[in-house]
Design a protein around this ligand. Sequence first.
Ligand code: SAM
Length: 277
Amino acid sequence: MKPKQSNKIHQGHKARKRFGQNFLIDTALINAIAESAEPQDTDHIVEIGPGLGAITGELVSSGAKITLIELDRDLVARLRIDYHRQLSEGRVEIINEDVLKVDLDAVHQKAADKPTKLIGNLPYNISTPVLFHILNHKQHFLSMTFMLQKEVVDRLSAEPSTSAYSALSVIIQHECYVEKLFDVPPESFRPPPKVDSAVVQMKPKAELAMPESDLPAFRDFVHKCFQQRRKTLRNNLKGMLEVEAIESLGINPQDRPEHLHLDDYLALFKLFQDKAA
Ligand code: SAM
């Protein structure tokens, strides 16, 4: 009897857990993800973690210029064979590096005359650091379409006063328009991940309420506000803002951080900055 093939082996490649490898096998879904980035032959599309090229094929056939960022050198070797023609024509480029170490400014500069779109079925174990790495270079990107753990997508797109609303929701929604596109069940991958997934699209806002240089301080401030989710704002902001100052904005210091809207956080931060000035 033929031995049953391991769930971890897909197209002859053994999935590496440490690289968060769960490969997409559902063709309709793969098409839906690629199409949601609306690839055009005039675009520059940067794919993070192309893996065995499930989404890549769709992107390449759009005629766009493609940059692939993949850490696993075995997969890079396969991609080099699959796309040898496009590589020699300069239509596809492969960067064999950890995306967290890739200079995204330089990647954008290679085709700065084209609109750049980011796409990726991201490795879940590093999705938050990857999101922040990208956020620091978001001005280069027209859109960012990512498959992530559903729980993270729910947080990115959460409305105030819901259980998923968190510091991440406020920080990302301040800088980008966020749209959750669809949920993806574990069966759509090989091997199947232990969690549900979802696809989200983010588009950077053209104008922000503060200069870029203030963003790290704002992100830090929001994290402090949510430090203890079950505690009141007054408690989380102890030593940073007085109760009277919070009240002067019409915000109840006894409220919990999850009930405040983005505008409330912007007003609180402005007060905090003015106090520190
Ligand atoms: N795009 C493929 C798909 O949908 O079938 C693979 C997605 S798999 C969830 C994540 C991919 O990211 C893997 O190919 C993995 O090797 C790659 N990867 C993991 N860590 C990475 C990193 N730090 N930088 C770049 N790629 C990484």
